[in-house]
Design a protein around this ligand. Structure first.
Ligand code: ATR
Length: 280
């Protein structure tokens, strides 16, 4: 049976085995999918052993996505831009890498009917999660994309790396601190890509970024509403979503790379929401 896994540290709460086993059953494929808890100094040797012993594909999660990019022998353009990879597989004896996070976000936006083209977009954060989604977002040609981060210099660095794609797609891209004056006016789309929600911390920023009709999205998810989405809800925002759909869609893209077929995701959305409600 073909063998797949998700590797990370910690990994106990990963939903990837649930998701990929669901996809396998839905598409009538026979495969095994497990979690690999990997101590930080063992990442490269664990990955090499996995493929050496016949493993077919790996999902890579925190904190190893940048190391997966560095050790891969063949990378997609998406990985080059993100400098991070979440999907590995062996082809012609070489470790190949892709990053499906951005595709996952866009697929979820499509599912949720959130338009991006011509809209103003605010992204909070400047870490790996943001790097993974910036290029696919810019390629959708929003009118404006503003990156706001607690540490302003990190947001500014992203402008340098992505300004060419922004220019090609005619997007006005800017960056600044979470207190920048642009945040005093609302955005059509507001995305939280910081790790604040995961850590149970509150993000501090002006409420003026939200209009009632803004689409507010947190890449994190959990049993309860994240503090970021709770803040939007209290301000009467009607369209707010957590990142569970993105998690499912990025997994579906990995599955497509490995198995050459794209599973459908609608039924899984409900099943996973139930699973998290019961087992978290
Ligand atoms: P990831 O790969 O999940 O993006 P990361 O590279 O450590 O992880 O980046 C975490 C991001 O969340 C950063 O943008 C970080 O802001 P700083 O660059 O200022 O550290 C942001 N972040 C984490 N906790 C935060 C908090 N409590 N308030 C505001 N921003 C926070």
């Amino acid at each position: 049976m073909d063998h797949y896994a998700v590797i990370g540290w910690p990994i106990t709460h990963s939903r990837s085995p649930f998701i990929h086993r669901y996809f396998a059953s839905q598409t009538h494929q026979s495969l095994e999918y497990e979690r690999i808890a990997c101590e930080p100094d063992q990442f490269e040797s664990t990955v090499n052993d996995f493929f050496y012993t016949g493993g077919k594909g790996l999902n890579v999660t925190l904190p190893f996505k940048e190391r997966a990019y560095r050790m891969a022998q063949h990378i997609t353009e998406r990985v080059r831009l993100a400098q991070a990879a979440n999907t590995l597989w062996l082809e012609d004896g070489l470790i190949h890498a892709d990053n499906t996070d951005g595709l996952g976000l866009l697929a979820d936006y499509q599912y949720l009917n959130i338009p991006i083209t011509g809209q103003s977009v605010l992204v909070f954060g400047a870490g790996g999660a943001v790097k993974g989604v910036l290029a696919p977002l810019l390629e959708k040609k929003p009118r404006e994309l503003f990156i706001a981060n607690r540490t302003e210099s990190r947001a500014r660095e992203l402008i340098d790396s992505f300004k060419q794609i922004a220019q090609i797609n005619q997007v006005e891209m800017n960056a600044g601190s979470v207190n920048h004056h642009r945040l005093l006016k609302p955005f059509d789309i507001v995305i939280n890509a910081t790790s604040a929600s995961i850590k149970g911390e509150t993000l501090s920023f002006p409420n003026t970024v939200f209009a009632k009709e803004s689409y507010v999205y947190d890449m994190s998810y959990g049993r309860e509403l994240t503090p970021f989405l709770e803040q939007a809800r209290q301000l009467q925002v009607t369209n707010y979503y957590d990142g569970l759909g993105m998690l499912i869609e990025q997994a579906a893209e990995s599955f497509r790379i490995w198995r050459h077929c794209r599973p459908t995701t609608k039924a899984l959305r409900e099943a996973l929401r139930r699973e998290i409600g019961e087992n978290s």
